[in-house]
Ligand binder design. Sequence first.
Ligand code: FES
Length: 565
Amino acid sequence: MPRSLRSQQWWSGKEYYNFSRRAWLRSEGFTADVFENRPVIGICNSWSELNNCNAHLRSVAEAVKRGVWRAGGFPLEFPTISLGEMFMKPTSMLFRNLMSMDVEESIRANPIDGVVLLCGCDKTTPAQIMGAASADIPAIVVTGGPMLSGQWRNRKLGAGTDGRKLFDLFRTGKLTEEEWCEVEGGIARSAGHCTVMGTASTMASVAEALGMTLPGCAAIPAPDSRRLTIAELSGQRIVDMVWEDLSPSKIMTREALENAITVNMAIGGSTNAVVHLLAIAGRLGIDLHLDEFDRISRRTPCIVNVKPSGEYLMEDMFEAGGVPAVMKEILPLLHADLITANGKTVRENVEKVECWNRDVIRAASSPLSPEGGTVILKGNLAPRGAVIKHTAASPHLLQHRGPAYVFENHQQMRELIDSPDLPVTADTVLVMKNCGPKGAPGFPEWGQIPMPRVLLDRGVSDIVRISDARMSGTSFGTVVLHVAPESAVGGPLAIVETGDEIDLDTEGRNLTLHVAPEEIERRLATRKEAPPHYERGYGWMFLQHVNQADEGCDFDFLRKCGPAK
Ligand code: FES
């Protein structure tokens, strides 16, 4: 028997407001039969011209609507804020929680029975999933897909990763102004998110691994007609999900989160997925800890040969079979009997899938790396944890002890990094403080500290770098991130001094500051608090309520609450 629809609370009844809600909606030209027990499907659109990655989502929304109408639903598209990674200052991460609140409250406040989430750029996907998890009415994700592979002369370019590599050539005079200008025109050739396994591709894959998309959604390129096809099918499917009352909390169980972590490790996904998955878990009331990521990392081979860990781009991953082919390869490591958005189990979704290119999606028996892409470190320099993407690091630096060179903040780093007399060597460990959730503020992607020019000139292309910042998923290098607690709240990173010895032991999962405990205590006791970055508005609220990296940087008051009524 069909269940009663939430939207009927708005439409049905003899009160004045039932009449006026119907009448005012009919001002948009709808016939009266839209109120006759049709599931109202909100299409939550993060389209914006201030977010190039999501600039095509209006046409995706049209395809979703076709599917909703076809299945007997009533589609209503609505906007939320969008978070353009390239444009927002100080960082889009400052606003992820704000967008999640916009999504949640837009769903709660309106006559919506089910929702299709249209996202793409880095923070838009986790923000929508977090908001939908909190509202907990049936929801399906349609990501916008990766942009076309970048191209410069006869080279394919990965957005982000290759841009950064070529920028180092430009900085050191090995690329001319004219060549650099050509790169600018060819690296991002269409709407859609970045083309490497950066945060956007990772979170699209994670959404699929969670079971929140139709199978195969993540890797379809944005301009490919099949992107619109899957959007239409998702619109069709959400109507059934409403009748089945298949809500996010029924799909995103603890086991589904473990599947998502496993897939993140197998794809060499972005370190940012750790933060976002912790936040999503918090919304669902699931007690997830950093240790779980490390446990899963140790048992999961990294099999996806896509930049920055590998050689290929997302278009190649799509042609090789996409996330379903990855999941089939690591099926023994997954909870295979979980229900997903299409009403089928993980096993049913992937068992007939084939891999069409074994160099792009490797067999589990010949992986890129025997362990997952992201490793969790602990130790006296990161008592609550830190992360390193070891598959994008230099193997010879994964076990390394060296003297610290300290930047007190991002500004100081920028002023000094290219100075010709910076006293650093290939053994130096660069440390940058005050770049965490409260210190920066907003937890920006500053963690891939540029290589000092003096070292680039000597042919050194990587050294160990440590901070309490994040880094772009498109980045690479031996970069330790998310050090928690952050320096701005008195984490030990705050008291590191130039010349202190630091030991990075990736194998042993340790990050050690070789300073005596009593000296660490003495330095912490004399540490001075910096004044807050904001005294009013959203920034003030962020500083008051944001959690540390090991808790997902969500607001403390947004962790689990009940379903939308
Ligand atoms: Fe949007 Fe890279 S800038 S995904």
